[in-house]
Design a protein around this ligand. Structure first.
Ligand code: PGA
Length: 322
């Protein structure tokens, strides 16, 4: 079978996206060039790898087999590339780190310190929500991921490295600001600004209220922590966010953390990679750096001054589920 690595690479991208247009965009090729590679690849294999139904394309049975094969081959090629870098004794090397939108507040400082120590490492830093991170792990697009607890049924190696308290924030002139031990029922009529579906913060908050049997009313949806913080500040509603996203606003007195019973919801941050992935030496050094240094880059933590106590046991139970 006379197939080339280039054909395999183009095929893999089309199979992953199930779209010639998207594959062409991502590979910086024209669509006719992608179609031509696929046609030649199918001719070399001697079987159709895609079938076209209406405007959509699907993998055939042979296509599925070749997709699996092409993923294994690209993984092996990447390993070989990394091995060559290490054998050449280059201190450099490449590191692809993907972090949750909620993590990037401290991760960017952590990365800055890492890059000062290892200035020759080339870093690609990606920020997206939980759903996006799971997709990147699935597509083998990141070496290391920093995120909330990943699902147990996926082939991932995950290690907790720091607590992640979720708190309820309000504008500083809110009637409940400064009140001790607010009952959750008192929040029934509040509007909540919620993160988008696919966000780990949102999952946890929804799970928490469902466990408590509380229906929170008139939620508004916003797809960044930044928008939620600003919305809260101008009085659009209350927000549920990680303590790690609000240090500046708390210091400036623009928002407050409400002392609500059962809060904070105590989650944890995990450092994650695909199991079976051969981590480069740079990636291993970075993992160690996160394990030992991450806490230094978080500037606010559980503290009575912010109306925070240690987590309520019920909150820990909620965390165990996601
Ligand atoms: P986010 O956080 O998706 O809410 O940004 C990630 C996570 O909690 O897993």
């Amino acid at each position: 079978m006379n197939i080339t690595l280039r054909q395999l690479k183009v095929f893999e991208r089309v199979a992953r996206r199930l779209s010639l247009t998207r594959a062409a965009e991502e590979l910086y090729l024209t669509q006719p060039a992608v179609s031509m590679q696929i046609k030649q690849f199918e001719e070399a294999v001697g079987l159709p790898l895609f079938e076209r139904l209406g405007k959509k394309i699907y993998l055939t049975r042979a296509g599925e087999e070749f997709y699996r094969l092409s993923r294994t081959i690209s993984l092996k090629l990447e390993e070989a590339e990394q091995l060559v870098v290490e054998l050449k004794g280059t201190e450099g090397g490449r590191l692809v780190v993907a972090v949750a939108s909620t993590v990037h507040y401290f991760a960017i400082r952590l990365l800055a310190d890492f890059c000062r120590r290892y200035p020759k490492v080339r870093v690609n830093f990606k920020v997206t929500n939980r759903r996006g991170l799971l997709q990147q792990l699935e597509d083998n697009e990141a070496d290391i991921v920093l995120m909330g607890k990943p699902p147990e049924d996926q082939d991932l190696v995950a290690e907790a490295f720091m607590k992640n308290p979720l708190v309820i924030i309000a504008p500083s002139n809110h009637p409940l600001a400064g009140k001790a031990s607010i009952a959750i029922e008192e929040l029934k009529n509040e509007t909540f600004l919620m993160r988008e579906p696919g966000s780990g913060t949102r999952n946890s908050a929804e799970r928490f209220f469902a466990d408590k049997g509380i229906q929170i009313s008139a939620s508004m949806e916003m797809n960044t922590n930044g928008a939620i913080k600003q919305g809260v500040e101008v009085g659009l509603g209350l927000g549920i966010v990680s303590m790690h996203t609000i240090e500046q606003e708390l210091k400036d007195g623009r928002i407050v953390v409400l002392d609500v019973e059962s809060f904070p919801i105590m989650r944890q941050w995990f450092i994650v990679h695909r199991s079976g992935k051969r981590l480069s030496s740079v990636a291993r050094v970075f993992e160690d750096f996160v394990r030992t240094e991450a806490r230094r880059f978080v500037r606010v933590d559980l503290h009575p001054a912010y109306g925070l106590r240690e987590a309520h046991p019920a909150a820990e139970i909620a965390e165990g589920k996601i």
